[in-house]
Design a protein around this ligand. Structure first.
Ligand SMILES: Nc1ncnc2c1ncn2[C@@H]1O[C@H](COP(=O)(O)OP(=O)(O)OP(=O)(O)O)[C@@H](O)[C@H]1O
Ligand SMILES: [Mg+2]
Length: 330
């Protein structure tokens, strides 16, 4: 199979540079993925998902059928995850991962919460604010986060009215986004990695972030970037609790009609109630990230995980089947 890996490298190749995203795939991870695909016998090229991408796609796909392995977080803007998939959808090019619509909803934490609530999934109570006005009646403590960020950017716990106002102001000013104010869930934190689609959708073993038994602890940007919290996988929880978390995660994936892979973040309060926090439609495949950690606990090495994602995508495009040397994981 011919595979074009697309990610974002040069953020200046746009017409006007606004507020570039801080979410970036490291070159190291991109090249590990490229090598994994090559080791499985695929022909691989790497492309930068900037304004020159259409020309690059034209050249690549003129030479033969293939698929894009989409690692693009986008360059800027509130629909950034959707930019590359939108271009690919318009061009009719097969690609891994979620659709423009799936990515757009998943990146918007407020819309996602409204959607999953409609289907009866528990998520912390929340409100959305455009400015630090009218915050009077909110029950504290709360967690305040930008509507569309990742890596815990801008995330603050507010225990007083003053802290709440300051956090909302910071988010609206610095991130230029609405602030999501959410009930703080004291307890433990988990994540569930998902691979596949439809009846083949598989939840990997539940992973717990070791918050050291402190129910008030959260994962900050500093911890995520520089001192990743110890991960316990499979999490030390009763089997039925793990099953419940996996079921909730699969349901969210299906409600949002995501594709091929994703990662769900959950908190469990001190009474054992499970709350859905968010779903990452462009789950990081970084070596030290929780997705790859869970895959390892499921007995899959890095190469097998990458190929399983490719398999899931290829299965969705009948025109690619004859080009594909069997589905490695089947
Ligand atoms: N309602 C909540 N109650 C308690 N802690 C929370 C809550 N929401 C978020 N957190 C904490 O804040 C962190 C970041 O929140 P969240 O996962 O929603 O945002 P993110 O920045 O998109 O994360 P990621 O890096 O996974 O993309 C979580 O890992 C968790 O520790
Ligand atoms: Mg998260």
């Amino acid at each position: 199979m011919r595979v074009l890996v697309v990610y974002n490298k040069d953020f200046s190749k746009v017409i006007y540079q606004r507020n570039p995203t801080k979410e970036i795939y490291s070159e190291k991870t991109v090249f590990r993925i490229k090598s994994a695909l090559e080791r499985a016998g695929h022909y691989v090229e790497v492309a930068d998902g900037n304004m020159e991408i259409i020309d690059r796609l034209k050249v690549f796909f003129r030479r033969g059928k293939g698929i894009v392995f989409n690692l693009s977080y986008g360059i800027q803007g509130e629909s950034r995850y959707s930019h590359i998939p939108s271009i690919l959808e318009m061009l009719g090019v097969p690609y891994t991962g979620s659709t423009p619509e799936g990515h757009a909803v998943a990146l918007d934490k407020a819309l996602t919460k409204i959607a999953v609530q409609y289907y009866g999934i528990k998520t912390p109570d929340f409100m959305v604010f455009k400015s630090p006005e009218k915050l009077e009646d909110i029950k504290l403590p709360v967690i305040v986060k930008p509507r569309r960020e990742a890596l815990s950017l801008g995330v603050k716990v507010a225990k007083t009215k003053e802290e709440l106002k300051k956090a909302v102001r910071e988010i609206t000013d610095i991130f230029g986004q609405e602030a999501l104010v959410e009930k703080f869930i004291r307890g433990r934190e988990f994540s569930v990695a998902l691979i596949g689609n439809g009846k083949d959708l598989t939840a990997l073993p539940v992973l717990e972030f070791d918050l050291g038994g402190n129910p008030e602890a959260i994962q900050t940007t500093f911890l995520k970037r520089h001192r990743p919290i110890r991960k316990i996988c499979p999490a030390e929880i009763p089997e039925n609790t793990a099953k419940k978390m996996q079921e909730i995660s699969k349901r969210v994936f299906n409600i949002l009609e995501l594709r091929d892979y994703a990662r769900v973040d959950l908190r469990m309060d001190e009474s054992g109630e499970i709350y859905f926090l968010e779903i990452n439609s462009q789950a990081s495949l970084g070596e030290t990230g929780s997705f790859i950690h869970s895959a390892r606990a499921a007995g899959m090495d890095f190469d097998q995980t990458v190929i399983k994602i490719l398999d899931a995508a290829v299965k969705r495009y009948q025109e690619l089947w004859e080009e594909y040397d069997g589905f490695e994981q089947d």
